[in-house]
Design a binder for this molecule. Structure first.
Ligand SMILES: *[C@@H]1O[C@H](CO)[C@@H](O)[C@H](O)[C@H]1NC(C)=O
Ligand SMILES: *[C@@H]1O[C@H](CO)[C@@H](O)[C@H](O)[C@H]1NC(C)=O
Ligand SMILES: *[C@@H]1O[C@H](CO)[C@@H](O)[C@H](O)[C@H]1NC(C)=O
Ligand SMILES: *[C@@H]1O[C@H](CO)[C@@H](O)[C@H](O)[C@H]1NC(C)=O
Ligand SMILES: *[C@@H]1O[C@H](CO)[C@@H](O)[C@H](O)[C@H]1NC(C)=O
Ligand SMILES: *[C@@H]1O[C@H](CO)[C@@H](O)[C@H](O)[C@H]1NC(C)=O
Length: 505
């Protein structure tokens, strides 16, 4: 499946928008200044350094003073297979807006930014291609809304077929922002994520509207076309709208004169054929009175999106959960014939619906986490989901396909691993092949008798000690058992020795 790209861009010499109000409620979540050794303040937000959230990559500082502080540092990861992840502790089931920001700045001495993939948990979120923006002096950002299906969320970068050695994935900043659970709640976030295509403040030629005007730091882009712009002194409350758009987006709108259709070509680029979540926000800008309302029909590409919408001074949200769009999109607002004023629109959002690829079965993931913790030098790409996405499993891990993704093989031969084997490894009950030969593992061999599917077990050339693990005799499918060159006492039980066709050393 090819995943369309929605690249959002913002000038990197952003104007610092106004003075924040005396004490805006703080943004909740993780706000990360990648590649920095210090925390910084920008736009009333504290961005923390990324130490502790990722275990690989290198820090770089761009040597220029014409860019925002947040963009002056970045973290870059080595070229090669494997994914490189940031991991965040979260509340299972909580909803997040995740924004990744990329400003290349020639950090690697090249002239074109590398192209690579970004991954959210087990799902490939999109390709990261900032070439065009970088050429135009813009910073690129991507956003996705997801809910946590575990106690961690991972955001990872990985090379793809377009990443040309020696260039490598990099990232400038990462935000994982807590969203109110009511936001976009018509979407089944157990199955889907929402990728931001556009989030627009109609009739405004000003700055992006964002934190603190938007308490979730959603970016609302200004949008002007040939239609008349209106200003309003809207007396509305954000919480009365679905999705809680910031009040500030109702201070401007696009409109047209009485009796005419209002037609807007939005978003200003063609969309790949797909299903989208579309939300539109309206308000009648006049002073409140019994007559301050207007009725119009909303059409998208000629299809009725909402018939005879009554827009009052309190305002209203209209949304479609799975609206098909393709190519250039046109929004038409057709006034009811008796209306003394033209239709109006203040804001809108479009999200692409991204089916999630799922995650590795929880029990297997927990067993591997235990193993990772018992190793003193686990492979440095052992982060994020062990099996998924399919193109980027952990080093040495083989997995099954289908509904339930299980770990079926583990091969870490000759990696000079030190540490021990935890008893939790017995949770990998779908494991068929388990190869750890030629490392420096110590301690006893835990009880592996729950690994009923195990066919091949190579633990030779290590420093395991203690008694010979007799329980292996109960594994029905075992046909290769290598335990030589360890410090075990005793030998294989008779029932294994007697087994036909088994290789034992
Ligand atoms: C990256 O973007 C540039 C500019 O838009 C485009 O020419 C190029 O084909 C893109 N590359 C990939 C692999 O998508
Ligand atoms: C979604 O949130 C709205 C409030 O904005 C609430 O009225 C509605 O009941 C919620 N729906 C679900 C399915 O939770
Ligand atoms: C409301 O919008 C109309 C255009 O539809 C504009 O002429 C008028 O000035 C606006 N009123 C206020 C109070 O902003
Ligand atoms: C704003 O609306 C509230 C109730 O919706 C009302 O009590 C208040 O007077 C209004 N303020 C202005 C300035 O119109
Ligand atoms: C306005 O849009 C309606 C569709 O809702 C269409 O039937 C009508 O012809 C349009 N009017 C004008 C003047 O373009
Ligand atoms: C629109 O809503 C207002 C306020 O609720 C109401 O007074 C008016 O009758 C409604 N108009 C129509 C056509 O339903």
């Amino acid at each position: 499946m090819s995943i369309p790209i929605f690249l959002l861009s913002i000038p990197f010499f952003l104007l610092i928008a106004g003075q924040p109000p005396p004490s805006p409620p703080p943004l909740r979540g993780y706000l990360i200044n990648c590649g920095s050794k210090t925390d910084i303040q920008q736009d009333g937000i504290t961005y923390k350094r990324d130490q502790g959230y990722t275990s690989s990559g290198k820090l770089t500082t761009l040597n220029r003073n014409d860019i925002l502080p947040l963009l002056t540092t970045l973290r870059h990861f080595p070229y090669g297979p494997g994914k490189h992840c940031y991991e965040f502790s979260v509340t299972n089931g909580a909803k997040f807006l995740i924004r990744t920001t990329y400003f290349y700045g020639g950090f690697d001495g090249g002239t074109e930014p590398p192209i690579f993939d970004q991954i959210i948990d087990g799902t490939t979120w999109s390709i990261v291609n900032t070439t065009e923006d970088y050429k135009n002096g813009l910073t690129s950002y991507y956003e996705i809304i997801i809910t946590a299906n575990d106690k961690t969320i991972s955001v990872c970068l990985a090379c793809n077929q377009h990443t040309k050695s020696p260039s490598s994935p990099f990232i400038s900043s990462l935000e994982v922002i807590d969203l109110d659970s009511s936001l976009y709640n018509s979407t089944d976030f157990g199955k889907y994520g929402l990728i931001t295509v556009t989030r627009t403040n109609f009739g405004s030629g000003g700055d992006f509207v964002r934190f603190p005007d938007d308490p979730f730091n959603r970016y609302w882009q200004p949008f002007i076309d040939g239609n008349p712009m209106v200003e309003a002194h809207a007396n509305v409350t954000s919480s009365e709208f679905w999705n809680r758009p910031p009040v500030k987006v109702f201070f401007s709108g696009s409109t047209t004169s009485r009796g005419k259709n209002l037609t807007i070509h939005w978003p200003p680029f063609a969309l790949p054929t797909n299903r989208y979540y579309v939300a539109l926000y309206f308000q009648d800008n006049r002073s409140t009175s019994p007559y301050s309302w207007r009725v119009f029909t909303v059409l998208i590409d000629g299809e009725t999106f909402y018939q005879d919408l009554n827009v009052t001074t309190k305002g209203v949200t209209v949304y479609g959960t799975e609206w098909p769009l393709s190519g250039n999109t046109e929004i038409t607002l057709t006034p009811r014939t008796d209306m003394p004023v033209g239709p109006t629109i203040n804001a809108g959002e479009i999200y692409q619906i991204l089916p999630l690829a799922g995650t590795t079965l929880g029990r297997d993931a927990i067993a591997l986490q235990s193993l990772k913790q018992s190793l003193r030098n686990p492979p440095n790409d052992w982060n994020g989901d062990p099996c998924l996405p399919k193109a980027h499993p952990w080093l040495g891990i083989g997995c099954s396909e289908g509904e339930q993704v299980r770990v079926t093989s583990l091969n870490l031969r000759g990696l000079s691993l030190t540490g021990t084997l935890p008893k939790e490894i017995a949770g990998l009950t779908a494991l068929k092949e388990f190869r750890l030969s030629a490392n420096k593992l110590t301690g006893p061999i835990p009880d592996l008798s729950p690994l009923k599917a195990l066919e091949i077990l190579h633990l030779d050339e290590n420093e395991f000690e203690g008694p010979f693990p007799d329980a292996l005799g109960t594994l029905p499918n075992l046909r290769e058992l290598l335990l030589n060159k360890n410090r075990l006492s005793g030998g294989p039980p008779q029932n294994l020795i007697d087994r036909k066709g088994i290789i034992i050393r």
